[in-house]
Design a protein around this ligand. Sequence first.
Ligand code: SAH
Length: 475
Amino acid sequence: MDCKLRAKNCGGCPLLGLDYAAQLKQKEEKVRALVGKYGPVHPIRGMEQPYHYRNKVISTFAPGFGGKLTSGIYAANSHKVLPVESCLLQDEVLDKTMQAVRAAANACRYQPYDEDKGTGLVRHCLLRRGVATGQVMVVLVTAQPVLPGAKNFVKALLAETAQRGVTVTTVVQNVNSRKTSVVLGEAEKVLYGKGFILDTLCGKSYAISPRSFYQINHTQTEVLYGLAVEAAKLTGKEVVLDAYCGIGTIGLTAADHAKQVVGVELNRDAVQDAIGNARHNGVKNARFFAADATRWISEATAAGEKADVIFMDPPREGSTPEFLTSVARMEPKWVVYVSCNPVTLARDLATLTKLGYKAEGFTPVDMFPHTEHIETVCALSKLDIYQKITVDLKMDELDVTAAETKATYEEIREYVKEHTGLNVSDLYIAQVKRKCGIKERQNYNKPKAENPKQLKCPTEKEKAIREALKHFKMI
Ligand code: SAH
């Protein structure tokens, strides 16, 4: 599949040149390479129809031919607008809607905003479609509060969309007078309809306003949440934490199968949406807090709160060591990590596995075909104390003999210091152990400095280490 925008440096689909099956394989392999050592990586869940999945479109207005206005997307790494008629990723209904918006704006003689000069009226158009409900929202972003002939614009827009077989549910004017690349401004005026659209996701209904965060790919979000909730093995009795919850979608999907859901999210608007969504769906066992997830969970653990299941869906930077430590202190039976970046997932897993959690498996989900993004669901179970000891031993003492397990390097070092006042390095201990026929860890065995001669254990220290080994009954 090719696209003429690609040749014009669109940059939106870096993997388009690669066959879809090969894209999926590449993503699955990437996940395996990063996290495969922690548990099995199941086949990636791709899309049957990997096109036109974006339910949200942002189009920027620019001058077109013959004094008419056009619109499209910025070319990669530039501020040049590439006119877009249709796009392989966008919902086709939204392509048609955008054509109608351009026709209506041209009929009203609206001028595109010029960033450099600060002239013109219309800046961007944001379109959203509820894939399950078919409802369509048009948000016209203007540089000034006054939209001349707003009623005529709406009338022209409804006629143009109807001609194209599209029904628009609501039209909103958003005012952004700042010199910024951020699309939406603060002020909003509803020109037609209710100012929001509804969509259904995993059996729950969501109200989506212009600024609401909402997952872009409806089909694959249902796959992702389905896997996440299934991994938590809920029975209806659990206290569930949904950390980094956005508008509460994962927690609300899980709420019917849990005793109680608590969602935590930094973005206040998203939390307001989450609370509204819970109410609107009649969900009574969910509460949402606006807070930094790390801070919130640290305070909750300090207060002795526990959770049976923790869902965590952090941004690309992943989570924090403090958050993960608190997760372990809450002692959930299951941690379900939904990741949008396998690199930070791998980093966070290194911590979680040390804290007594074991990755049962990973399922990559292709939420963004033709782009490099990879989403992964990982279920981690809490090891019981006996399993944990075994794993700790395996990780720590992987290739040591029984003799070596008798005292750690630290204990030997401390013994030597206490009895002789000498400081001995792990390397020296390793050398002496080897001389005594005790197998030592490989990494300590290798000289780390340029000149190995300098690192030979001095006789006096060797004697002290031998004394310590005798004391610990290792020789
Ligand atoms: N679970 C949601 C959102 C995931 S995106 C969904 O599936 O739709 C990650 C979310 O983490 C965003 O909503 C972002 O606002 C939030 N976030 C980022 N940093 C955070 C922090 N330090 N504490 C809490 N939430 C944070």
